[in-house]
Design a protein around this ligand. Structure first.
Ligand SMILES: Nc1ncnc2c1ncn2[C@@H]1O[C@H](COP(=O)(O)OP(=O)(O)O)[C@@H](O)[C@H]1O
Ligand SMILES: [Mg+2]
Length: 316
């Protein structure tokens, strides 16, 4: 069995001469939460629509759970929560969920059972007989995510589920997604134009710009690429250690200083990060110094996002 829940090969979408998505090669792991990140116009929704079978690729292929995208089985492996949702003015939450369930091929009885279990799971009990048309954006979003799960999909595809939500509603949706992934045999593919918003949620990310992948991998890997090679070190004898490093390791340390809390701040070139990491413990053990802290300063996701996207050449 293919290891990836979603895989695409040179997936491309053109609108006339305009290439909205170009040669996209996605590899999305099973049972993980994958963030699909990029600014407005990067091609996220177009990609998602190709994955769900709503629009045809101009070129390239893809599979969902090993089924061809757009095929009947490919479609039924997906639960899709679109960015924009239209609710019928007079339909209650329960009627809406049953209606979607039946569209997805469930019997009336199955759809009703499923609808009630989702209402409970999403804590919508008080709103089951109210109309989503009149709900707040956060509540509407809950119903949209709930309907996407009605056919027990293998992969949940969410298009910007946290956009335009207030912080409480956003956290609420993120908590529900975390709960879902921990309790079910499910993979989640979630798009957003704000990388940092998904920090606590995603395991892996694919960053796109102008329809092309700029970076992908585990969140850890992406962060690591952008780390600046700056370390904070605290020991039982900072004074000695600082002098020792200055004297003996100056061929790979670019700067070393003490900060206002008495910690040693060491900067090394990126390619020399392993050198500092490997020399430190023999030195400490040789001079019987205790290590209290050794951490590499992390670049924030907002800084990473800025570095990738905030330059004129990225504008279309
Ligand atoms: N049906 C369409 N016809 C022409 N251009 C489109 C169409 N759909 C999307 N686009 C263009 O394709 C680009 C990518 O759009 P989209 O996939 O919606 O980006 P995102 O979801 O990342 O904001 C945008 O420049 C958009 O204007
Ligand atoms: Mg979009």
């Amino acid at each position: 069995m293919n290891n990836y829940i979603i895989e695409t090969n040179n997936l491309t979408k053109k609108f006339g001469n305009f290439v909205a998505v170009k040669d996209l090669n996605l590899k999305i792991s099973r049972n993980k939460i994958h963030g699909f990140i990029g600014p407005n116009g990067a091609g996220k929704t177009t990609t998602i629509k190709m994955l769900t079978g709503a629009i045809h690729p101009s070129n390239g292929i893809g599979t969902i759970d090993n089924f061809k995208i757009g095929s009947k089985k490919g479609r039924s492996s997906i639960g899709y929560a679109p960015a924009e949702s239209l609710f019928y003015q007079n339909m209650t939450t329960i009627d809406y969920l049953v209606y979607i369930g039946q569209i997805k091929g469930l019997s009336q009885k199955e759809a009703v059972e499923k609808a009630f279990s989702l209402i409970e799971y999403f804590e919508l009990d008080d709103n089951a007989y109210r109309k989503p048309f009149n709900f707040s954006s956060g509540m509407k979003k809950k119903v949209i995510v709930a309907q996407a799960l009605i056919n027990d999909p293998k992969v949940l595809i969410l298009d910007e589920p946290t956009a335009n939500l207030d912080p409480t509603a956003r956290i609420n949706i993120i908590e529900i997604l975390k709960k879902l992934i921990s309790e079910r045999d499910l993979s989640i593919f979630i798009s957003s134009h704000i990388l940092s918003e998904l920090e606590s949620l995603v395991d892996e990310v694919t960053l796109v710009r102008s329809g092309e992948i700029v970076l992908n991998g585990s969140l850890h890997k992406v962060k690591n690429i952008f780390n600046k090679g700056q370390y904070q070190i605290d020991t039982s004898n900072n004074n000695f250690l600082k002098k020792y490093l200055e004297k003996n390791c100056n061929e790979f340390i670019t700067s070393i200083e003490e900060n206002n809390k008495g910690l040693i701040i060491v900067n090394v070139e990126n390619e020399n990060r392993y050198k500092l990491e490997s020399v430190i413990s023999p030195i400490l053990s040789h001079f019987k110094i205790r290590l209290l802290k050794f951490v590499e300063e992390e670049t924030s996701l907002d800084e990473i996002y800025k570095k990738i996207y905030d330059s004129k050449q990225n504008m279309r």
